[in-house]
Every structure is written in structure tokens, then in C-alpha cells.
Design a protein around this ligand. Structure first.
Ligand code: SF4
Length: 231
């Protein structure tokens, strides 16, 4: 799509004079589609999300949580939804889960500059409950636009909600974690959510933390392989 056509999405009429798609209506209803190429920057997405009423989650929103990290990163990490700290600060994974996630990444020399971190839903679910399917669906177009803009090689899906929300896979995370899924030229890896690791502190062989260590090493190996292919 040319940039002229993209600008048209936000304004204008078609050549035949019929009203063109008006992107300013996106935040008003989940029935309005979010066509690929709608947004040019994360800031554009942020503006829409902060006024969005496409799902019930807008009622509890202080700040829409769009993402943090490098918007041109080779690794994207998709979580579930903002918690209280994230909602207050407008940033994802800033509490204990976020600190643990950063530590896990650092252990294989992946810095915050190498990743872009976001969530399936941009507004905080009440009492930190799991986002409902219609909520994830209403928000999915924003997430797909984020993936298009970042264009990562690897997407880590932290927990079952991210796995279901993005790939439609309903299997438990314990079953599918650590198994690469190649789709549309990208490598997806389901992994445990860091909050789950905080609740399961054992490091014994076979424990969630031990399995996460295997998975994050697999990410390092995949990144090195992909970098090697580019050389
Ligand atoms: S969660 Fe997503 S779809 Fe729902 S109101 Fe917030 S930005 Fe809109």
C-alpha cells in the first residue's frame, strides 16, 4: 500500500466519490476493522488505544499500555495484559514479572534494546483477570499492526492467552512451550509467563524455571542461526 493510500484511510473519499474508510472510527467499535497498513508509528497506535472503547476493558484504563523496547527489534515478546503497575505507568512488564523477564533475557545476552515487549490487550483487565476472547479479538488488530511495524524475526508468546490470542492455539502452555512454530516467515515460541515462574521458584530439573532456561537458550541459538544466515 502506498503512503498516499494510507493517508486516504484516515480521510478522504474514493475516486468514485463514495466515503472512504475512516480510520478515526477504529477506537469506537470492535466492528470497525483495522486494515494492515493503518498505522505508521507506535505513537499512532497509542493515540487510538488511549481513546479506545472497542471492548469493556476501557472502563478500567488509566493508561493504555502499548509496549516498551526497540520498535525495530528482532525479538518481540507478547504477554497477556497490563497489571496495576503497568496501567499506572503506561508500560508493560514493569513489576516483578518484568524484572524477572529482563533477568532471563540478560542471562543469554538479550538486552532490552534487542526486544519489543507488548501485550494481547492494551487495557488492564479488572482484578488482573485473564482477558476474555472478545476482548482479545477486539484488540488484535492493534497487535497485528505492532507486529507489522516491528517486523521481528522471533515472537515469544508468554502464556496461554498470548498463544490463543495470536495463533488461535488453545492447548495448555505446558504442552506446547519450547516448540517452535514457523508462520508467515516468523518463528513463534510459546514460553511460560514470568508471573508463573514467580509462583514456582524451584530450579530443579523439569521445573518451570528449569524449562524456561532451556527455552531462552533455544531463543539465543535461533537468533545466532538467523544472524548467521544473514552474513
Ligand atoms: S483493550 Fe484494546 S480493544 Fe479493548 S478498549 Fe483497550 S485498546 Fe481498545
Amino acid at each position: 500500500m502506498s503512503s498516499d493510500q494510507q493517508i486516504d484511510l484516515f480521510n478522504a473519499t474514493t475516486a468514485a466519490g463514495a466515503p472512504a474508510f475512516d480510520a478515526s472510527t477504529i477506537p469506537t467499535s470492535a466492528a470497525v476493522p483495522i486494515p494492515p497498513g493503518t498505522y505508521q508509528t507506535m505513537e499512532d497506535i497509542k493515540q487510538h488505544c488511549n481513546t479506545c472503547t472497542r471492548c469493556e476493558l476501557h472502563h478500567g484504563r488509566t493508561h493504555a499500555v502499548i509496549g516498551r523496547g526497540n520498535p525495530a527489534a528482532s525479538v518481540m515478546i507478547v504477554g497477556e495484559g497490563p497489571g496495576q503497575n503497568e496501567d499506572e505507568q503506561g508500560l508493560p512488564f514493569v513489576g516483578k514479572s518484568g524484572q524477572l523477564l529482563d533477568k532471563i533475557l540478560e542471562s543469554v545476552r538479550i538486552t532490552t534494546e534487542d526486544v519489543f515487549i507488548c501485550n494481547v490487550v492494551k487495557c488492564r483487565p479488572p482484578d488482573n483477570r485473564t482477558p476474555k476472547t472478545p476482548e482479545a479479538e477486539a484488540c488484535k488488530g492493534y497487535l497485528l499492526e505492532q507486529i507489522r511495524l516491528v517486523n521481528p524475526q522471533i515472537i515469544l508468546l508468554t502464556g496461554a492467552t498470548a498463544l490463543k490470542g495470536l495463533l488461535g492455539i488453545k492447548e495448555g502452555i505446558t504442552k506446547v512451550r519450547g516448540k517452535w512454530i514457523e508462520k508467515d516467515g516468523k518463528f513463534y515460541l510459546p514460553i511460560f509467563h514470568p508471573a508463573y515462574l514467580l509462583r514456582n521458584p524451584s530450579r530443579d530439573q523439569g521445573s518451570p524455571k528449569w524449562l524456561m532456561w532451556q527455552d531462552i537458550q533455544a531463543v539465543r541459538t535461533k537468533l545466532d542461526e538467523l544472524a548467521g544466515e544473514l552474513r
